[in-house]
Design a binder for this molecule. Sequence first.
Ligand code: ZEM
Length: 288
Amino acid sequence: MSQPGDFEGVRKDIIAILKQKGYDDGSAGPVLVRLAWHASGTYCKESDTGGSNGAGMRYEAEGGDPANAGLQHARVFLEPVKDKHKWITYADLWTLAGVVAIKAMGGPDIQWKPGRTDFADDSRLPPRGRLPDASQASDHLRHIFYRMGFNDQEIVALSGAHNLGRCHVDRSGFEGPWVNNPTRFSNQYYKLLLKLKWKPKKWDGNFQYVAKPPGADEEDEDLMMLPTDYALIQDEAFRPWVERYAEDQDLFFSDFAKVFAKLIELGVYRDEDGIARADKMKAFKGSY
Ligand code: ZEM
C-alpha cells in the first residue's frame, strides 16, 4: 500500500508492467492507450454524459460492449498497480496508464490531472454505440468526434494513435498492425497512409486495406489501414493535416499531446482551482 496521492509511485509501477513477454508485440502499452481512449470516448458534449469518469468498463454493460473487446487485457495488466495503490480510482488509473504508456513508447509528455471518481454501481453507464465504427468513413468520424467536441484537425491528430498496436481478428474482426514498429510512437502512420499503395485485403473478414511495408520480403506481415484511417486521405479537409503530420513529427507530437489531454478530461468537471468535483458531474447525478 502506498501513500495516497503518490502518483509518481503509480507512474513507476505502470512503467514496470509495460513489458509483457509473450503478449502481442511484447508490450502492454498499445492496449493501455486504447483503454484510456475508450474510457473517455463515450462523451457527449450536449448531454454532458459519458467520458473518463466512472470507469464504467468494470461493469458488463460497458465492459462487455463488443466495441471494448480485448480491453480486459489492459485492465488485468493494471490490476497489480491498483492493488499496490488502492487509493487511486480506476478512472484515474486508466487515463494515467495511457499517458505513461505513450511517453514510455517514445511519445510526448501529456498533461494529466487526477480527480476522476469511480461509479458505485452500473446505473449511470453511457449507452453503447458511442465509439466509432471502423468500417465507416468521414461523415461518421465527424458525427462521433464532433459529439465529443473535437474538430477536423483534432480528429486527424487523435487518429495518429494508430502508430501503436494492432488489430486482432478475435477482438474487432480486423487484422494487423498499422506500422512496422507498433510499440514506438511516431508519425509513421501518416507517412505510410500517403506513401504506400493501399489495396483491399482479399479475405472473408471485414473490409480493410493492406500493403507491404517498404522493402518487404514476401513473407513480411502486411501493414493495414481501417476504412476510417483511409478516409483521412480521401477527405479534403482531413488530408492536409495528414500531410502536415507526415512532414513534421514535432507538430504532430505537440498537437497529439494537446488533444489526448483534452480527450482524457472529457466529462470531468473541475472548479476554477482545477479540483475535480464529482457532485457537479452530470454523469453522477443526471439521467440519460
Ligand atoms: Zn483505435 N482501433 N480507433 N484509436 N486504437 C483499434 C486499435 C487501437 C478505431 C478503431 O475502430 C480501432 C482511436 C481512434 C479509432 C488505438 C487508439 C486509438 C482497433 C483494433 C480498431 C478496430 C482493435 C483490436 O482488434 O484489438 C476507430 C474507428 C477510430 C476512429 C478514428 C483513437 C482516437 C485512439 C487513441 C487516441 C490503439 C492504441 C489501438 C491498438 C490497440 C492494441 O491492442 O494494440
